[in-house]
Design a protein around this ligand. Structure first.
Ligand code: MAN
Length: 360
C-alpha cells in the first residue's frame, strides 16, 4: 500500500469561514449559491478577500430552471441589465446533471447556472470577516455576460493587480484589474484570449520582465496544463513557454492550474497549484520554480499536500473540491484561503518547510 504523505495542515476551527448564507444577494429575489475561490491580500492592517459570489434568481417553479445572463450592452449592474433565461427541466435536449452548467445534447455548455461577481470581505484576525453588502466588481461588456470568477491578487509596487476569469459565450478569457484600496478598481482590459484561466502574476519583475503562470485549455490536441509568459507592461504578454504538465494517473491527471501567488524562498519560487482527476476531485500540490528562470521546474510534489477531507470539503454544491486562489505567508507559516465544494471559503495553515519536504 502506498503511504500517503502527510503534512501538518491545520484547518481553521471556524471553517467554513464564509458561506453563501453570509452574503447578501445583489437583488432582492436572488439567492447566493457560492462565496468561494477568493483572492487574498494584506491591505493596511486588514486581510482582504475578494470573493467570487455566484448567484441566481430564486428558483420558484420546480419544472423550470432559470439562469441569469448579463445583457451584452448593459451599462450597469441592475435587475434590468440581466436577462433571465427560463429552461424546461424535462427538455430532452438539455442536460442539467452538472449543477454548475447547462449543456446541450452535444455536450456543449450553453449556460452557467449562476452569474458571478467579485465582492470584498475584510478581517483583522484573518478568520472573522465582514462582507460588503454590495458587489465590488461586477461583470461588464460582451466578454463577461456569464460572469467574472476566481480572482488572484498580486501586490506589485503600490498597486494590487487582480487577474480573473471573464466568462461569456465567447469562452473563458483572462481580465486584469488594479486597485490601491479595494474600494475603487480600474479595468486594465483582457490580457489573454479564450480559453485560458488560472492566471497568477509573480510579485516582482524577473530579469526586467513581469511574469505570469497561465493555463490554456486546448481542444483536441493538448491538455489543460501550465504555461509561463512574460510582459514589459502587464498588458502585452509573450514568450509563452510550456511550464509543467499533468501526470499520467492520479490526483493531477485531468488538469492542473496555478493557485496562489508564487512565494519567494531561498530555494526558488514556491507555487501552490490545484490538480484534478477525471472524477473532478480537486486537490492542492506545490511546485518549486527557479528564482531567476521560473520557466524551469526544480521539483514538484508527487502527492497533494492537501485533499478534500473535511465534511465541508466532501459535501456541498460541487463536492470534493479544495481550490486555493491566495495565501498569506508570515515567518515561514502559510495561511491558505481556499474555496470548498464551489460553495464556501475556508482557511488552513501549514509550515512552508513541510511542503518542501514533499518536493521531489
Ligand atoms: C474550475 C474553475 C473553478 C472551480 C473548479 C471546480 O477549475 O471554474 O472555479 O472551482 O472548476 O468546479
Amino acid at each position: 500500500m502506498r503511504v500517503k504523505p502527510q503534512i501538518g495542515v491545520r484547518r481553521s476551527p471556524l471553517n467554513p469561514l464564509i458561506t453563501p448564507a453570509d452574503v447578501k444577494p445583489s437583488f432582492p429575489d436572488w439567492e447566493v449559491l457560492g462565496a468561494f475561490n477568493a483572492g487574498v491580500a494584506e491591505c493596511g492592517d486588514e486581510i482582504v478577500l475578494l470573493l467570487r459570489v455566484a448567484e441566481r434568481p430564486r428558483q420558484t417553479d420546480p419544472g423550470k430552471v432559470t439562469v441569469p445572463v448579463l445583457r451584452a450592452d448593459a451599462s450597469g449592474f441592475g435587475e434590468s441589465s440581466v436577462c433571465i433565461v427560463e429552461l424546461d427541466r424535462i427538455d430532452p435536449d438539455l442536460d442539467f446533471s452538472d449543477l454548475r452548467v447547462v449543456k446541450n445534447r452535444r455536450g456543449e455548455t450553453i449556460y452557467l447556472t449562476t452569474l458571478s461577481h467579485l465582492r470584498v470581505a475584510r478581517s483583522r484576525d484573518g478568520e472573522r470577516f465582514t462582507i460588503d453588502e454590495q458587489p465590488s466588481v461586477v461583470p461588464a461588456g460582451p466578454l463577461e455576460t456569464w460572469g467574472i470568477e476566481d480572482p488572484r491578487i498580486t501586490k506589485i509596487d503600490d498597486r494590487f493587480l487582480v487577474t480573473y476569469s471573464a466568462v461569456s459565450e465567447k469562452g473563458v478569457a483572462v481580465g486584469l484589474l488594479s486597485t490601491r484600496d479595494f474600494r475603487s478598481f480600474t479595468r486594465e482590459g483582457t490580457i489573454l484570449a479564450p480559453t485560458n484561466k488560472d492566471v497568477v502574476l509573480f510579485p516582482e519583475k524577473i530579469n526586467g520582465k513581469y511574469m505570469m503562470v497561465h493555463r490554456p485549455v486546448p481542444e483536441g490536441i493538448g491538455k489543460p496544463e501550465m504555461w509561463i509568459a512574460e510582459s514589459p507592461d502587464l498588458i502585452h504578454w509573450g514568450n509563452h513557454r510550456f511550464l509543467m504538465g499533468i501526470s499520467e494517473s492520479g490526483w493531477d491527471s485531468a488538469r492542473i492550474g496555478a493557485g496562489c501567488v508564487p512565494i519567494r524562498t531561498d530555494e526558488g519560487w514556491l507555487l501552490l497549484y490545484h490538480g484534478a482527476d477525471s472524477g473532478h476531485r480537486y486537490c492542492m500540490g506545490a511546485v518549486l520554480l527557479d528564482l531567476n528562470d521560473p520557466g524551469r521546474v526544480i521539483a514538484r510534489t508527487a502527492e497533494p499536500f492537501m485533499s478534500p477531507e473535511a465534511e465541508y470539503e466532501t459535501t456541498g454544491f460541487f463536492a470534493g473540491v479544495v481550490f486555493a486562489c491566495g495565501a498569506i505567508v508570515k515567518d515561514g507559516r502559510v495561511t491558505m484561503y481556499y474555496g470548498v465544494s464551489d460553495e464556501s471559503t475556508a482557511s488552513a495553515t501549514f509550515q512552508l518547510e513541510e511542503v518542501f519536504n514533499l518536493l521531489k
